[in-house]
Design a protein around this ligand. Structure first.
Ligand SMILES: [Zn+2]
Length: 336
């Protein structure tokens, strides 16, 4: 059994003691897309004792280009990502505990999902849930590793409660103008999330074994130009999260969904968005689906879905009563 980790133990910053610590560690990965699949693969193979993988989605063909542990069989079997990830990774390492949880992480369940973790890893595709992780991690004093990738670039930063600035120190208030790019609008090439997730995984190993050289900068990397940049980040004096005010956990900025009775539609409200520019949104969505707008509303059709966006950021997702699906489509196309 020890032979499994022999090459990792030879690496002196880990060594025998570090390997033992990893075996006693508990990691939670939130989001099992391109970032999450790489992180999960690394941590499971590295022998982290408990790995919990949380994701709300099923696997689609356009995921296979970059989500390394899934295959066509998983799609045919209609497996949720968390379930497929657990099944594949159990075959890789039967000596540790792997748990796949199919759930939409939100303010009402996140504390329960991450409690007891030694580290939380971000494999998400939306800022709102990242702010939620930030709140929960600071409240429960669990280190977390932020990561995001889009197009040809990625970013990562370690957030150690009480020691480093947090995500809200750098991102300011909530969702900004509410129109962030997502992989579903700007596209992404696999090397971007692979490199980002590899950096996140290495930082996770360092944090778990107590290495003193933990990175304290925000790192951005572009795989197309092969440039890596470091940015010094400082704690913002008025940062609500660092001052113990957990607005996302308290659901002040949470996206709210309401199933519209008798209409087979779901309304999605994001209090963090005050105004939507239809021109900007249309230019971002026009290559993905059919989009049109007048001064009152923007209509967007993609696959079998239709969304109607209002200037105040309110969205109605048609032809579904599934609130979790509606929230997912909102995060995917409108951005949170
Ligand atoms: Zn902060």
């Amino acid at each position: 059994m020890t032979d499994r980790y022999s090459r990792q133990i030879l690496f002196s910053p880990i060594g025998k003691d570090g390997q033992k610590t990893l075996a006693e560690s508990n990691a939670v990965i939130i989001g099992c897309g391109a970032l999450g699949t790489v992180i999960a693969t690394v941590l499971v193979r590295a022998g982290v004792g408990k790995v919990r993988i949380i994701d709300r989605d099923f696997i689609e063909y356009h995921n296979l280009q970059r989500q390394v542990i899934f295959d066509e069989e998983d799609i045919k079997n209609q497996l949720p990502k968390a379930v497929a990830a657990e099944r594949h990774l159990r075959k890789v390492n039967s000596a540790i505990e792997i748990e796949g949880i199919v759930a939409d992480v939100n303010y009402s369940n996140i504390e329960k999902l991450v409690r007891g973790a030694d580290i939380i890893l971000d494999g998400l595709d939306n800022l709102e849930t990242r702010f939620l992780i930030n709140d929960a991690a600071l409240k429960l004093k669990i280190p977390w590793v932020y990561g995001g990738a889009i197009s040809s670039f990625g970013m990562t930063m370690n957030i150690i409660p009480g020691k480093t600035p947090c995500l809200r120190c750098i991102h300011g208030n909530a969702s900004g103008n509410g129109l962030s790019l997502t992989c579903d609008t700007a596209g992404v090439i696999a090397p971007a999330p692979f490199v980002t997730a590899s950096l996140q995984s290495a930082e996770a190993m360092k944090i778990l074994v107590g290495d003193e050289h933990i990175n304290r900068d925000l790192i951005s990397i572009d795989v197309w130009t092969a440039e890596l940049k470091r940015f010094k980040v400082t704690r913002r004096q008025d940062c609500p999260a660092c001052n113990g005010k957990f607005e996302f956990l308290d659901a002040q900025f949470a996206t709210k969904t309401t199933s519209l009775c008798g209409q087979n539609a779901v309304q999605v409200l994001n209090p963090g968005i005050k105004h939507v520019s239809f021109e900007q949104l249309e230019s971002r969505l026009k290559n993905i689906g059919k989009v049109s707008h007048n001064e009152f509303m923007l209509d967007f059709k993609v696959d079998s879905r239709e969304m109607v966006v209002f200037p105040d950021g309110r969205v109605i997702v048609k032809n579904t009563a599934d609130e979790s699906l509606a929230r997912g489509l909102y995060a995917k196309y409108i951005g949170a």
